[in-house]
Design a protein around this ligand. Structure first.
Ligand SMILES: [Zn+2]
Length: 410
């Protein structure tokens, strides 16, 4: 497995091979649509010079300057420091979003924590506020108090009027209504009209989405997903969740309920899942399976086992731990291989407890995915580890609001 560096530095990324061109609309309709396309291209590619924008749109610098100058004047964009270049003439100054433009209040709502922070349009995160919660042992009122405490503190620290509030939710959501449909590890929140509650409390537009999709958006705009045409985020720890980016679109399905891949069935006679069905992928590729199987194999402290400890035991030469590690890798790989067979995303970015495993485990997952997937002419598969999960999630939650307010797609 190739371990990539953390989030890609914005200035280090050039135009993607997947984003060869973008279209400007006709001169008679120039204006908002062209502005949106330029902003979209900047989020797709990162900082980009006027010359590159002109080349990518098949137009000239004068046209591009006419589009971007109002955005520079109103403080949404800035010119970055000149890039080094070898040709004669003035070095290009890439255009990028201003860190001083209106920020977003980004929130993560998980069974075991509520976090919030002000996030700039360039992905910088201010001080993170956090309240610990306790899943099934935390009441709805306690979760709501935690949310209001965190969000109130973050908004109080905002230097400018925020664009809105974006919330990543560790459960199934109805995006259109802004409701939590189900949160298996924090059932008190199932059915909560979350967006309406927060909008009423803080008088700011509020958007919610599923936690893995927020991670995917954070990766897409500010991390390893930038410029990729097809990729997936696989999150596994206590639960398993996925998010898909297909043909330049974040896939959500009707009402945002698509992509619940933790519940694809991989064993008709398998164990019962938290969703009530039997043999879901989640039942064999999460920590509860790991601990239960470790206990049955006589591995010490099985009830507290996690991926990091399992790999440490395997490195120490424990044959049971090595066997369990290999089974865990295969269990995770089977779902990824199914996804690969069905949709062919080229890159899989892992998140959750699994990223604390050893290189040996991650290499094993990648090798098993290769073994279990059909040969295809569609290019190589890459299974890589994500980084900075909490920050990537907050960046993605902010991206939900940025996308809505600037009218650009995810
Ligand atoms: Zn299930």
């Amino acid at each position: 497995m190739t371990r990539r560096a953390g989030p890609v530095g914005a200035a280090s990324h050039g135009p993607s091979p997947h984003k060869d061109t973008f279209d400007l609309v006709s001169a008679s309709r120039i204006g908002e649509a062209n502005k949106r396309r330029v902003l979209q291209t900047l989020f797709d590619l990162g900082p980009t010079s006027r010359a590159d924008l002109a080349r990518l749109s098949g137009t000239n610098r004068t046209t591009i300057s006419g589009i971007v100058q109002p955005l520079l004047d109103n403080g949404l964009l800035v010119e970055e420091a000149p890039r080094e270049h070898k040709s004669v003439g003035k070095p290009p100054r890439p255009l990028w979003f201003s860190p001083d433009a209106a920020p977003v209040c980004a929130v993560t709502l998980m069974p075991n924590r509520v976090q919030s922070a002000m996030v700039s349009i360039t992905g910088e995160i201010q001080q993170v506020k956090e309240v610990k919660t306790y899943g099934k042992d935390t009441s709805r009122e306690e979760f709501i108090t935690a949310l209001k405490t965190c969000i109130g503190a973050s908004l109080a620290s905002a230097a400018r009027q925020p664009l809105g509030i974006g919330i990543a939710v560790g459960g199934m959501v109805d995006m259109a209504q802004g409701d939590i449909v189900a949160m298996n590890l924090a059932p008190a929140l199932s059915g909560l009209e979350l967006a309406r509650l927060i909008e009423n409390a803080f008088d700011l537009p509020t958007i919610i989405d599923h936690h893995p999709r927020a991670i995917l958006l954070g990766e897409r705009w500010f991390g390893q997903g930038r410029g990729l045409k097809n990729f997936a985020v696989i999150y596994t720890g206590e639960v398993l969740g996925c998010a898909l980016y297909l043909n330049d679109e974040l896939f959500r399905g009707p009402l945002g309920s698509g992509g619940e891949l933790g519940h694809i069935i991989v064993d008709m006679d398998g164990a019962q899942c938290t969703c009530g069905k039997h043999g879901c992928w989640e039942t064999i590729a999460t920590l509860p399976w790991l601990r239960q199987t470790a206990a049955a194999m006589g591995i010490p402290d099985a009830d507290r086992l996690d991926t990091q400890r399992l790999c440490e035991l395997a490195e120490e030469g424990d044959p049971s731990a090595t066997e369990l590690m290999n089974r865990y890798a295969r269990n995770l790989a089977v779902g990824i291989a199914n996804l690969q067979t069905l949709l062919m995303p080229s890159d899989f970015i892992l998140y959750g407890d699994i990223i604390n495993g050893s290189v040996r485990l991650h290499d094993r997952i990648e090798a098993d995915v290769k073994l279990l997937s059909p040969r295809h002419p569609g290019g190589k598969r890459h299974v890589v580890c994500g980084s900075e999960e909490e920050k990537t999630t907050l960046r993605g939650a902010a991206g939900l609001v940025i996308s809505k307010q600037l009218q650009i797609k995810y």
